[in-house]
Ligand binder design. Structure first.
Ligand code: ZN
Length: 163
């Protein structure tokens, strides 16, 4: 057994509050990237599925996981990245989509993202709900987002891209 009293479920709960480094209003659990915690060879294995293979935020998330668990006396932690099945925007919780919108990011507009980002699709402005929006850049503040402009309220906003 591991030299701690925590079950994998409890470890999961402890780290589920970690905010996404890019979108601090949603947690890694909301985002759907925190997959599971298990014990293997006296070590806690945390499984994370990155949103994008090149997302630089992963290192920060890993550091935070280790920091939180270290405070609880857990030193034997391994963060495992898994790319299969690949993360999709379907894994965003309903709550996460509401939070994204409140944060000024348009949530992905499909319930199922089986196709790649399509620039011709109508995106609703998260601020005023207008459909009079246009794509400015396929890449917003990060590779995971696209930058849009709303022609009603004249604001720019990010779309959390479907992929
Ligand atoms: Zn608007």
């Amino acid at each position: 057994m591991v030299d701690t009293e925590l079950y994998p479920d409890q470890v999961y709960d402890l780290i589920s509050v970690i905010p996404d480094p890019e979108i601090p209003v949603i947690t890694i659990k909301d985002l759907g990237i925190l997959r599971a915690v298990r014990i293997e060879d006296e070590e806690y294995i945390v499984t994370i599925t990155p949103t994008y293979t090149a997302c630089p935020a992963m290192g920060m998330i890993e550091d935070q996981i280790k920091e939180i668990l270290s405070e609880r006396g857990i030193k034997k932690v391994k963060v495992e990245l898994t790319y299969s099945p690949a993360w999709t925007t379907d894994w965003l919780s309903y709550e996460a989509k509401i939070k994204l919108k409140q944060y000024g990011i348009a949530p992905p507009n499909h319930s199922s993202c089986s196709h790649m980002f399509d620039a011709s699709e109508k995106v609703i402005c998260p601020r005023c709900n207008s459909k009079q929006t246009e794509l400015i850049s396929r890449f917003g503040s990060t590779a995971c987002k696209a930058l849009y402009k709303c022609n009603s309220c004249k604001e720019t906003f990010d779309l959390f891209k479907c992929h």
